[in-house]
Design a protein around this ligand. Structure first.
Ligand code: 3PG
Length: 208
């Protein structure tokens, strides 16, 4: 099993995390790992993101930390340097595709259409992020893509929560789903790690 494949199969759900303050990173990641979700995507949407990745990579046993919202080649280099084990993008660009092919860091590029998925597969990326999942047609769209593109596997994210995750996870080309519902900003700000661990534990039960 390739590294990306094992990351995507580590649990049914990958938490998509926005960390405003790096001081929360270690406790937050420990709560997710304790709840059964070891693969964590830390989005590059805040200034604290890379420091958070660094802290999780160094201090949280059992965590497999990656960087999300990768939009340019430099983000891939920064992610590697911070100790990320994988990188995720909401889409793909020619420069990112070229950089990812040159980088040892496993990369999950984003696709929302058959053309995007086919283009990425041509470049050798058979694991992709289906984003924005709900807005792009949801689990029904993924089932439609499975017919002509049975070799491509997706991590679906965007608009997914406990109300619809099962529908995605029942779809044959879905390796996992991702979402921000595991780490609501209110619980992070108030450091309610037990509540986050409980959300993670509930998420592990989503796959039948
Ligand atoms: C992502 O980057 O994957 C999405 O922003 C997560 O989407 P969600 O907030 O709807 O879960």
């Amino acid at each position: 099993m390739g590294l990306l494949e094992s990351v995507l199969h580590a649990a049914p759900v990958m938490p998509v995390v926005v960390i405003e303050d790096a001081k929360h990173a270690v406790a937050l990641a420990r709560a997710l790992v304790a709840g059964g979700l070891p693969a964590i995507e830390v989005t590059l949407r805040t200034r604290a993101a890379l420091d958070a990745v660094r802290a999780i990579a160094a201090e949280v046993e059992g965590a497999i930390v990656g960087v999300g919202t990768v939009r340019k080649p430099q983000d891939l280099a920064d992610a590697m340097q911070a100790g990320a084990r994988f990188a995720i993008s909401p889409g793909s660009t020619p420069s990112l595709i070229a950089a990812a092919k040159d980088s040892p860091l496993p990369w999950l590029p984003g696709a929302a259409t058959a053309t995007e998925a086919m283009t990425l597969a041509e470049h050798g990326f058979e694991y992709q992020k289906f984003f924005p999942a709900e807005a792009a047609g949801g689990a029904a769209a993924l089932r439609s893509l499975h017919g002509p593109l049975p070799d491509i596997r997706f991590c679906a994210t965007g608009g997914i929560g406990t109300h619809n995750a099962r529908d995605y996870l029942d779809t044959p080309n879905v390796a996992c789903v991702g979402g921000s519902w595991l780490t609501p900003s209110r619980l992070v700000a108030t450091e309610e790690w037990g509540a986050i661990e409980a959300l993670a534990r509930a998420a592990t039960l989503l796959r039948a």
